[in-house]
Design a protein around this ligand. Sequence first.
Ligand SMILES: CC(C)(COP(=O)(O)OP(=O)(O)OC[C@H]1O[C@@H](n2cnc3c(N)ncnc32)[C@H](O)[C@@H]1OP(=O)(O)O)[C@@H](O)C(=O)NCCC(=O)NCCS
Length: 158
Amino acid sequence: MSPIKIDVNDLTYKINPDLSTIDWTYVCELFDKVDWRTRVEADIELAFRRSSWTLFIYKGDQLIAFGRTIDDGRYYAILADIIVDPDFQGNGLGKYLVNTLNEKLGDNYHFVNLTAAPGKGDFYKSLGWKKQSTCYIWPQGPKQKRLHTEPDAEEPTA
Ligand SMILES: CC(C)(COP(=O)(O)OP(=O)(O)OC[C@H]1O[C@@H](n2cnc3c(N)ncnc32)[C@H](O)[C@@H]1OP(=O)(O)O)[C@@H](O)C(=O)NCCC(=O)NCCS
């Protein structure tokens, strides 16, 4: 199904809302809808509660996009879980999520990073993000190693 064109002025944008108002079952359904299938309701709620900035976008009562940041308040910050319901992609909401969360972080941090999902690098590049040449990952399994590391990556030794 093609994404639905929407008037972004009709949407409701909630920054750091009361997280007890969020339907975490539906949040997990959206993770599922973009094929990120390992989220557990209680865990994802706790993860959002431990986040510094959270942003949720609604069309009427329907949650259609969200994202969050994690940071230590001074040196390191990360954008995470940038998700737009596939039915509503292509309306600028991904761009809005990333730019707004980045603006909220401000310019106080030494490093602001994110991990792009496979195939989404050009999305971030189009928003001005740069591929970090010095970033390393400790793969959490063979799938992650396959999807997120360069072919010559060495095996972890421990
Ligand atoms: C990636 C994602 C957040 C983009 O959201 P979106 O609302 O469709 O993107 P936008 O409409 O804001 O697009 C902003 C710009 O990025 C471009 N863009 C969007 N997806 C792109 C992609 N996969 N590759 C390259 N460019 C892309 C758009 O063409 C647009 O360019 P423009 O400003 O010149 O018109 C969305 O596809 C999504 O939720 N995907 C599933 C989860 C995911 O992969 N999240 C991000 C990885 S961490």
